[in-house]
Each structure stands twice: as C-alpha cells, then as structure tokens.
Design a protein around this ligand. Structure first.
Ligand SMILES: Cc1cc2nc3c(=O)[nH]c(=O)nc-3n(C[C@H](O)[C@H](O)[C@H](O)COP(=O)(O)OP(=O)(O)OC[C@H]3O[C@@H](n4cnc5c(N)ncnc54)[C@H](O)[C@@H]3O)c2cc1C
Length: 382
C-alpha cells in the first residue's frame, strides 16, 4: 500500500509512524526545507507535548466531541510510551504538562523522530508543495517542476493559518474550496487580546507579569500568569478564555489579584491599615495595579476602601480585539466535520484523510494541541 503524506508537522509525522509500522510504502512531501517548524516554535515556549489527566477530564478541553473518540485511540499515555520507544523520556511538570526530560531539547525530539522514520524507510521530500489532488493522484510542485504521484492513501496535514513563516499559511484553503469542501474561516485561538487600557500605562508596564491571578469572563475562570504587553494582555488564562471572549466581546475580563483572600478579608486589612497605600503594601499587590489606582482613580475613589477591595478582586479590563491570526498559537476553524467520517476521511474523496490543525477543532495550549495533532495522525493511518 502506498501512503503519501503532505506536510511534515507533528500530525503528519505521527501518521507516517503509524503507516510505516503497518508496512506501507510512505512518502512525505513538505513545502519548507525542513520538517516540523511549528513543532520547534512550540518548543521555544516550553514544549509541553501533552498533559496528564484522566480521559474524561482530558477530552473536556477540546471544542468538538469528535476529538474524544480520536484521543481515545491514541491517548496521552500512548504518547508517553511512544516517546519512550524513541528513547525520549518525559516528566510531568507541576502544572500537569508533559515535557521531554530537561536534557532533551525540542530539536533533539524532532531529529530523533525523523531519524527513526527514515530508518524504517519513510522517504522525505522537501521544497515540495501540494498543488492538487483527486482520489488516487496528487500533483506536487517540486523544485524540478510538477510531478504527479499515484497513491492508495493520501494524508493531508497542512496546518492552520498562524505563524506562516513555519509553513502553516492555509494556502490550501482555496484548493479545498474549489473542490466544494467546506472550510470554516480560521480565527485566532490561544491568542492575546488588545485591551482598552491607556496606552501610556501599557507602555510603562509592558512585560509586567501578574502571577497567581484568576481571570474570569462571563462566569468562566482560570488561574495562572497574565503578562501585560504594549497592546494588552497575554497568558494561559487569557488563552483559555478565548472561546468565551470570542462569543461575547462586550463583556470585560476580570482579574482577581488576591485569590487567597475574600473581598471582606481585603477590606478588613485596608480598614486596619494606616492608609490605603499602607494597606495595598501589606497586601503585596503588583506595582502596576497600585500605580493604576493612584493614577486613574480620583482622590475620593482611591480612599473608598470598599471600591479598592472590589477592584483588587474584580479588576475589569475591556477588550478591543484579538491579536492578529498570524500571531496566534493556534487557530479555530478549518475543514468542517461535516466533510469527514470518524477515520478523518474526506467523504468526497474517500482515499484522502485530513489531520491536525487544518481540521476545525480547538483546545487550550499546554499540550492539548500537540496531543490532538498526534492522535489525529494516528487515527488516519491506524
Ligand atoms: C508559538 C507557539 C507555541 C506553541 N506551543 C505549544 C505547546 O506548548 N503545546 C502544544 O500542544 N502546542 C503548542 N503549539 C501548537 C502546535 O505547534 C500545533 O498545534 C501543531 O504544530 C499543529 O500540528 P500540525 O501537524 O497540524 O500542523 P503544522 O505543525 O502547522 O504543520 C503543517 C505542515 O504542513 C506544511 N504545509 C502546509 N501547506 C503545504 C502545502 N501546500 N504543501 C506541502 N506542505 C505544506 C507546512 O509547511 C507545515 O510543515 C504552539 C504553536 C505556536 C505557534
């Protein structure tokens, strides 16, 4: 059986792994000059390959119920075992994220995997761009000109629409649309937001990290670190809240700067302090928050202890927009599930399978994205 795989991201590499294990002849075509560029970018930011959690909890992080069946077939535990097979030991960080052990760098993970695949017989071709496909032939633009390849099975793992310099530029969408395959528009996911805080304030405090805060939006909340940037806020809790924010931009996000204390306890500390500034100092609040209170509240407001306690627990930030799609860690949108069966096979082209971020699903960062991509690659070639 001849399996052709287009794209050499994590979803495709897992498809290649599974196909070669089954004894297929496997050819991988990638348009960049090397494989797994976004995988390596993910590595720069901490490289969480997956996350712990029992199955029900784990799959609750995915936007689409179809992902549960896919993850079930190749779970976070299966991934750890597979990495071990490659000689890559992992550990679980304090937040539950699964990382390669410290001495194994992201490029080593990728190179070890590629070496393994090549040794098993997978053939890689770079500078090779998908031009067209039907149910048994694919046209690829190589440096030497266009070539047509026949296949028994075609796997497309072409990625989404962010970080285009890694190759994931969603140029394939036009081709899919020409074949009447429904693709839902890509929108930013796991993205920062532009906010309605004064520019001079953001400029002065950009880079400030609010640790151990709880951020909420429309009744959903998440603890973690929030970073002030020149334009707004970034960080895991903001990313987690992206789907909720997308649904209702008019609602502010609220930051709880003192999740260890209730509003009443904070009020008591303020009442028992010499003055507000002394109370804020005792509460060890971030300098940026204290500065904001001093700068942007009137004298009367600043001395109104119930208002200050309330702001400490529920500091509102209004959102203008998401950061551009290009900057997003991942994307929501992509090939509609209406076009696929449970094996990720295109109904209109049954010999063609689509895997990874090019399909319409989303999940928070922290290992869920890569696990989703790995599991899809596995399912398409199992
Ligand atoms: C800054 C950043 C940090 C991240 N951190 C994490 C993290 O910590 N944890 C986590 O789980 N995930 C993280 N991710 C997300 C993760 O990297 C992606 O979810 C994952 O790479 C998606 O894999 P994929 O195989 O679906 O697509 P991609 O990795 O995007 O691969 C698609 C491949 O297809 C190729 N291609 C596209 N079009 C064509 C064509 N026409 N012809 C030939 N080849 C083509 C591309 O060049 C690319 O190599 C991060 C992403 C970013 C940008």
């Amino acid at each position: 059986m001849k399996t052709i795989i287009i794209g050499a991201g994590p979803a495709s590499l897992m498809a290649a792994t599974q196909a070669i294990k089954k004894g297929d002849e496997v050819l991988v075509f990638e348009k960049m000059k090397t494989a797994g560029r976004k995988f390596l970018v993910a590595g720069d930011g901490g490289f969480n390959l997956s996350h712990i959690g029992d199955f029900d909890e784990f799959v609750s992080y995915y936007s689409h119920s179809q992902m549960a069946d896919i993850i079930r077939q190749f779970t976070n535990n299966d991934l750890v075992l597979f990495l071990k097979e490659l000689g890559i030991d992992t550990f679980v960080g304090s937040s539950g994220k699964i990382f390669p052990v410290k001495e194994i760098k992201p490029a080593m993970v990728l190179n070890t995997w590629l070496t393994y695949l090549k040794k098993q017989g997978v053939q890689f071709f770079y500078h090779s761009v998908l031009e067209d496909f039907d149910n048994d032939k694919v046209i690829i633009r190589l440096a030497s000109g266009q070539e047509t390849y026949v296949f028994d099975k075609l796997i497309l793992g072409l990625g989404a629409a962010s970080w285009s310099k890694t190759g994931s530029d969603a140029a394939w969408v036009t081709l899919f649309q020409s074949k009447k395959i429904e693709v839902n528009p890509f929108v930013p996911c796991n993205a920062g937001v532009n906010v309605n805080l004064l520019e001079e304030f953001l400029h002065q405090f950009q880079g400030t990290v609010f640790k151990n805060v709880v951020v909420s939006h429309n009744g959903i909340s998440r603890k973690g670190e929030v970073v002030l940037t020149e334009y707004g806020v970034e960080g895991a809790p903001i990313y987690y809240l992206n789907p909720s924010i997308r649904k209702d931009f008019n609602l502010p996000i609220y930051i709880d700067f003192k999740q260890t204390h209730s509003e009443d306890e904070i009020l008591t500390i303020l009442i028992n302090s010499r003055n507000v500034s002394d109370g804020l100092k005792k509460l060890k609040l971030p300098t940026a928050f204290v500065f904001w209170c001093k700068q942007f509240l009137s004298k009367e407001e600043y001395n109104e202890l119930s208002l200050i306690s309330h702001l400490i627990k529920q500091f509102p930030i209004y959102i203008n927009s998401f950061r551009p799609l290009e900057e997003a860690i991942s994307c929501a949108g992509g090939v509609s599930w209406n076009e696929l069966n449970e094996k990720l096979q295109l109904k209109k082209f049954p010999a063609v399978f689509v895997v990874g971020e090019m399909v319409d699903w989303e999940a928070p960062t922290g290992g869920y994205l890569l696990q989703g991509a790995f599991s899809m690659g596995f399912v398409a070639c199992n």
